[in-house]
Ligand binder design. Structure first.
Ligand SMILES: Cc1ncc(COP(=O)(O)O)c(C=O)c1O
Length: 450
């Protein structure tokens, strides 16, 4: 057996291809620059991701070793599959989840799939920036008991509380702690980065590899601290929810990353130093930097994220005029991503930042969403019930059938199964009236349980 997937692919390439995919490894006209020759299927020697016994099993074992985990599952469906299979595989039938309201929508999807009740911790907003902050570790004490606690660490903007306090807080609410670290796979690679979240001893960690590391988009990992617990049920759900046609270019990019991660810090030492310089330069130009403010308040922030305060759309316009594209734009902020593979120097960043300044004054922030109403049904019961659409002005007191999510920031104001409060209905009516985009509101109405 070949030791690595790369060797196994080289061996397979010596045989004539009488199998899928339909391009047979040849570049079709106009397809130059795409990885046709690396695109395979589960032929002899290339193993089966749904039931790995050869090179893909060895890859998962190297991935677990690279992160110090007991077991790893390799995903070509981003962090979404690790979140889904991890939560569904671990939660007992009819169980209860406790999760932060700023969780990615895959957490709600897991609750729907496994028919779990959810106890949501309300999002905590920064009133000035209009950004959801990590949940205070002490907030978990008012929630639970549940079967699984789902923590998002770090947030999209790279913010976190110290992981040990968060995991301890979540553990008091539920015996199993699942950390969605989609944005934190690089943590722990260099002394300047925050420690990897497994050091805080949660039970499971989900990563999206492509978000901050040089790995192809749609790659991810599920890590289990203990290699045995629930492993068979997770593996079964991985098979059920995973594609039966995994992408070998994605798998090869995961292999390259895992082997590199075991060897060295991948340039993150230098990146941490660069990030310090970039943040200081932004402040010198008069910008407030979210990550620096958060660290000054005692929090942990990712050097890979840079969020500047100001008129977001105007900052984005200036950045694009300077030939660069941001990661995300809000009303009062703009976020950019830094990484070792970017190959930008401090001088390059100075030049980019010079194009952004002086900070354009931000527009007023619309009132932030009110606290969620009580959960009257499980998300699944609300989803399976008969639905009807009602006008926003008639929605107060009814039970929502679908999530209602203003975008940005993409955090639901109402979840399926939740009683719609008068405050939430009024807040939504105001935002829809102001022309803001709200997923789940159509023609001025939203879906409720009939
Ligand atoms: C916190 C969090 N978890 C999970 C996901 C899902 O990751 P993916 O898009 O790789 O499936 C995302 C995506 O942005 C995310 O931000």
């Amino acid at each position: 057996m070949a030791e690595t997937l790369r060797e196994a692919v080289a061996t397979a390439a010596r045989r004539r291809r009488l199998h899928m995919p339909g391009h047979f490894g040849r570049t079709p006209p106009g397809g130059e620059g795409l990885p046709w020759s690396l695109d395979w299927t589960e032929v002899e020697g290339l193993d089966n991701l749904a039931d790995p016994r050869g090179v893909l099993k060895a890859l998962a074992e190297r991935a677990a070793a690279a992160f110090g985990a007991g077991r790893a599952w390799v995903s070509v469906q981003g962090a979404t599959l690790p979140v889904l299979a991890g939560i569904v595989g671990v939660a007992p039938a009819g169980g209860r989840l406790v999760a932060e309201r700023l969780a990615h929508r895959s957490v709600l999807a897991a609750a729907l799939l496994a028919d779990l009740d959810v106890d949501w911790l309300p999002a905590r907003w920064d009133q000035d920036w209009g950004i959801a902050l990590p949940t205070d570790p002490a907030a978990w004490a008012a929630h639970g008991p549940a079967d699984v606690a789902v923590v998002t660490l770090p947030t999209y903007e790279g913010l976190a509380h110290p992981a040990a306090a968060v995991v301890a807080g979540a553990r008091a609410a539920a015996p199993r702690v699942f950390v969605d670290a989609a944005h934190g796979s690089h943590w722990g690679r260099a002394p300047g980065l925050p420690p990897h979240v497994l050091a805080a001893r949660p039970d499971f960690v989900a990563h999206g590899l492509h978000k901050t590391e040089p790995v192809l988009t749609q790659t991810g990992l599920l890590l289990a601290r203990d290699g045995e617990a629930d492993a068979e049920r997770i593996a079964e759900w991985w098979r059920r929810l995973g594609t039966s046609s995994p992408s070998y270019p994605l798998l090869l990019s995961i292999e390259r990353y895992i082997d590199a991660r075991r060897r060295d810090a991948g340039g993150w030492d230098e990146l941490c130093e660069l990030a310090r310089g970039v943040r200081a330069e932004a402040e010198r130009q008069g910008f407030a930097v979210l990550q620096t403010e958060w660290e000054r308040a005692g929090g942990v922030a990712d050097p890979a994220k840079l969020t500047l305060f100001g008129h977001g759309p105007e900052l984005a316009r200036r950045l694009r005029a300077a030939g660069a594209e941001p990661e995300a734009v809000g009303l009062r902020w703009l976020t950019m991503v830094l990484g070792p593979a970017q190959d930008l120097t401090l001088a390059d960043w100075r030049h980019l930042l010079a194009n952004l300044g002086p900070p354009p004054p931000p527009p007023p922030l619309p009132e932030l969403p009110p606290h969620p109403g009580p959960m009257r049904l499980s998300p699944r019961a609300a989803d399976r019930a008969r639905w009807r659409r009602v006008a926003l002005r008639e929605a107060a007191g009814l039970v929502a059938a679908r999530a209602v999510t203003p975008y940005p920031p993409g955090i639901p104001v109402i979840m399926p199964g939740e009683e719609i409060s008068a405050a939430a209905a009024a807040w939504l009516a105001h935002h829809v009236g102001a022309g803001l985009s709200v997923e789940g509101v159509e023609e001025g109405g939203l879906w409720v349980v009939a």
